[in-house]
Design a protein around this ligand. Structure first.
Ligand code: BES
Ligand code: MN
Ligand code: ZN
Length: 466
């Protein structure tokens, strides 16, 4: 899909012209005003649409009126959602070109307009022998080139991440993630099992032991001259989470190819970062492996030693993400960066707390946490802070090791957070739990079901703000 800027959108001979309608208002099309509003009483409630034929009397075949709802309740988020709805409608009608004539919006909508259009245009149909909906080829709009360009890159990074997380685990293996990282136009080092062993990553390697796939530790690095700040971003990279010996029931296992959505987010960000040339150094880290119950699998009761020397008693092999992140956090801290941010499909508890609407965030530095929450809001995502109180460590106490990897069911997202904190040393750190937002069971707002690219917009936006 290509978005083109034109001044006079209504003179373009596109298949469909889309006009907006605020409640109690008018559209920019006389035909729409006369037939839909005056004669048929269309109100323009948010998300409602109305289709008109033009019978060869105008340059476009049809006019789609898009309800924007009450003007005082309108926002960038609503605009993005409405545009996505219009694009999806036009796709169903097999339109090849759409022209948008928006009127009466009192903010710069270029970026969120394009985000909505690109997100709606996304499909994961590579394994369908018959591709159903046709992509829209051309979109015309009168909006700022700058906003459109930024959205194009953000959307490309999101699609990159969504494709990876939607890809079945049989293909998106740790080795495959490593080779994808190496193919990015960026400095990348991949450590294999023996090298990870030498680095003392006993927690990460234990998780991968039950699988026939070799674990890979991936380190990507973007630099520039005189970076203003040095940041490490870590993505949970469990390419499949069967639960291990504490195996998951089928109904919980079915979506677990998505347990590398954090890694997919990091790869998405790193895939586009050069095109923005931000004045920061960014390290993208992924401890990639599968959590499987093979005969060499780690067992409940085992004691693991992480990279920082701390010992962990395995209480539940399904609490594997935090074990892989523990070693990745130690590695990140040794890089001497200013900030460490991890993003992970970490706990069902976070999903219970926030649903698929918001990611949970916690950390040891409230400025960093709040800057990330702000970036989420600016870029169309929702983050919600969860507590990281010491009390949550109570249930992780072990009689025979420094800690257990799981404890009480209650407050599970925060318990996972305090566990991770034990591997963070002398650095500002934030942890983002995307268990609920990374993979949608059903369509939600501008998204179809499946991988959503959670975290990509927020992390990219945050990096670009430095
Ligand atoms: N990958 C899961 C968390 C998850 C659940 C992500 C649902 C997306 C949707 C994680 O590894 C896990 O299994 N967590 C356990 C931890 C428990 C054993 C302490 C959980 O949340 O049940
Ligand atoms: Mn698990
Ligand atoms: Zn997991």
């Amino acid at each position: 899909m290509e978005i083109k800027v034109v001044n006079d959108v209504k003179s373009v001979s596109a298949d469909i012209l889309v006009v907006n309608l605020f409640e109690e208002g008018k559209t920019s099309s006389d035909r729409a005003n006369k037939y839909a509003i005056e004669e048929d009483g269309f109100k323009g409630k948010f998300g409602e649409t109305y289709l008109l034929q033009t019978y060869g009397e105008e340059p476009y075949r049809k006019i789609l009126i898009l309800g924007f709802g009450k003007k005082e309740e309108f926002s960038q988020n609503k605009l993005r959602e409405a545009v996505a709805k219009a694009v999806k409608k036009c796709m169903q009608m097999e339109a090849k070109s759409i022209s948008f004539a928006f009127d009466g919006i009192d903010f710069d909508y270029a970026e969120q307009f394009a985000m909505g259009a690109y997100i709606a245009d996304y499909k994961f149909d590579k394994y369908k022998s018959e591709k159903k909906d046709k992509h829209v080829q051309e979109v015309y709009i009168n909006a700022s080139e700058q906003g459109l360009k930024r959205a194009e890159k953000f959307a490309a990074a999101m699609s990159f991440a969504r494709n990876l997380a939607n890809e079945p685990a049989q293909f998106a293996t740790p080795s495959e993630l490593a080779s994808i990282a190496k193919d990015l136009n960026i400095e990348t080092v991949v450590y294999d099992k023996d090298e990870c062993e030498k680095m003392g990553m006993g927690a990460f390697l234990a998780v991968g032991r039950g699988s026939a796939e070799e674990p890979k530790f991936i380190h990507m690095k973007y630099t520039c001259d005189n970076p203003k700040k040095r940041i490490a971003i870590i993505g949970k990279g469990i390419c499949f989470d069967s639960g291990g010996l504490d195996i998951k029931p089928a109904s919980s296992m079915i979506t677990m190819k998505d347990d590398m959505s954090g890694a997919a987010c990091i790869l998405g960000v790193m895939s586009i970062i050069r095109e923005f040339n931000p004045q920061v150094e960014v390290h993208g880290l992924i401890a990639a492996c599968e959590n499987m119950p093979g005969s060499r699998a780690y067992k409940p009761g085992d004691i693991l030693t992480a990279k920082n020397g701390k010992t962990i008693e395995v209480d539940n092999t399904d609490a594997e993400g935090r074990l892989t992140l523990a070693d990745a956090l130690c590695y990140a801290c040794e890089l001497g960066v200013d900030e460490v941010i991890d993003i992970a499909t970490l706990t069902g508890a976070c999903m219970v707390a926030l649903g698929s609407q918001a990611a949970g965030i916690m950390g040891n530095d409230s400025e960093l946490v709040h800057n990330l929450i702000d970036s989420a809001e600016k870029n169309g995502e929702k983050f919600w802070e969860l507590p990281l109180w010491d009390e949550y460590f109570e249930s992780l106490k072990s009689d025979i090791a420094d800690m257990k990897n799981s404890g009480s069911r209650w407050g599970g997202a925060s318990a996972a957070g305090v566990f991770l904190q034990k591997f963070v040393k002398d650095v500002k750190w934030a942890h983002i739990d995307i268990a609920g937002t990374a993979y949608l069971e059903k369509p939600q707002k501008e998204f179809i079901s499946g991988a959503s690219g959670a975290g990509v917009r927020t992390l990219l936006g945050y990096i670009l703000e430095q």
